[in-house]
Write a protein that binds this ligand. Structure first.
Ligand code: TXA
Ligand code: MG
Length: 322
């Protein structure tokens, strides 16, 4: 967040302990992985995850990868499979991310999955990442640690150049060895390569005994997060509503009369943190949903992007805004 003093940490045990404390109190820590530096926050903490989006200036809620210290830890959050087991044995820890159906009651913030019913999990190989994740003992959501639209960082200096003053700490342990993001493989149907990366399709084919579907056909290019339709309420959604019409339930923002308020004080980080839970809660009423205007500034852009998708006609594909 703007105005934070960014601590510069090393991979020494005392600094890992400091980084764990920051994560534990909802703060943001950039840390090295073998692929690129990630911007980490507690994946169970809505506000920490909202703060990740804010620090990056991401214009939309793309789902994030949950980073874990071990295969056993990953299995707590996703429905495991034989294919996942074979791939994890072959490539974890390492530059492969698996997207699997998430378990019920997984405890991960819906801002991490952007409302999807799948979760991306990865066990990184970098020693400093492993030390941090083991000591934290919880899932760490981490996109690449760069401002949205910029190149992924492979040194702590890259991270500082983009995010100093916006995050709580940078853990510096030298340049990343792979320098290219992890391969993302979807395992919620036939194995599908969602993003090429540190592990090749050939290596995956060798382990699975079948080639993953590639994502290179004549279809328009869609960001991985848009491959599956995002969560949209079953009820209709009307935006920029100042008051209820008919049977509607009103989702408010700021000081106003409504059924549920994203943030009474008009705080966009709080509003982002509440967004998915609020949509789920209102959807359960079975009534049409009206949503108050959200300012198009800071995290408001991402909130409005998500609301726009929720309000879009259901049968037409909503173009992705990765
Ligand atoms: O190497 C990496 O993967 C780095 C390091 C920090 O681990 N992380 C990274 O995160 O590249 P990010 O947020 O920049 O990219 C994650 C990608 C996004 O394109 C997102 O759409 C996709 O993963 N993704 C995450 N969860 C997904 C899901 N449930 N379904 C489909 N795609 C998903
Ligand atoms: Mg990225």
């Amino acid at each position: 967040m703007m105005g934070r003093k960014t601590e510069h940490l090393s991979a020494a045990p005392a600094d890992i302990t400091r980084a764990v404390r920051i994560l534990g109190s909802g703060g943001l820590v950039a840390f090295p992985t073998e692929t690129v530096y990630g911007l980490g926050g507690d994946a169970r903490d809505d506000r920490a995850v909202a703060a990740i989006y804010e620090a990056k200036g991401r214009p939309s809620f793309n789902p994030l990868i949950a980073h874990l210290p071990s295969v056993e830890a990953a299995r707590r959050y996703v429905a495991w499979s034989d294919q996942a087991e074979a791939l994890a044995r072959a490539f974890w820890p390492g530059p492969l991310t698996l997207v699997l159906p998430s378990r019920d009651w997984h405890g991960i913030s819906p801002l991490v999955t952007a409302g999807l019913e799948t979760l991306a999990v990865r066990v990184p190989a970098h020693p400093a990442a492993r030390a941090l994740l083991s000591a934290f003992d919880g899932p760490v959501a981490a996109p690449s640690a760069n401002p949205s639209g910029r190149i992924s960082p492979t040194t702590a200096a890259h991270v500082s150049a983009g995010l100093d003053g916006r995050i709580d700490a940078v853990l510096d342990d030298g340049p990343c060895t792979v320098g290219l993001e992890s391969t993302i493989l979807g395992l919620f149907g036939h194995p599908t390569l969602l993003r090429p990366g540190g592990v090749s399709a050939k290596e995956i084919t060798r382990v699975l005994g079948t080639a993953p579907l590639a994502h290179n056909s004549a279809e328009p290019i869609i960001a991985p997060g848009q491959l599956q339709s995002h969560y949209a309420p079953a009820s209709s959604v009307r935006l920029n509503a100042s008051e209820r019409q008919g049977d509607e339930v009103l989702l408010g923002f700021g000081d106003m009369a409504c059924d549920l308020n994203l943030s009474h004080s008009g705080d966009l980080v709080e509003a982002a943190a509440q967004l998915f839970a609020a949509l789920h809660a209102l959807d359960r009423t079975g009534r049409p949903i009206a949503v108050a205007p959200i300012p198009q500034e800071g995290l408001g852009a991402a909130i409005n992007d998500r609301l726009g998708r929720a309000a879009a006609p259901r049968d037409s594909g909503v173009p992705g805004a990765g």
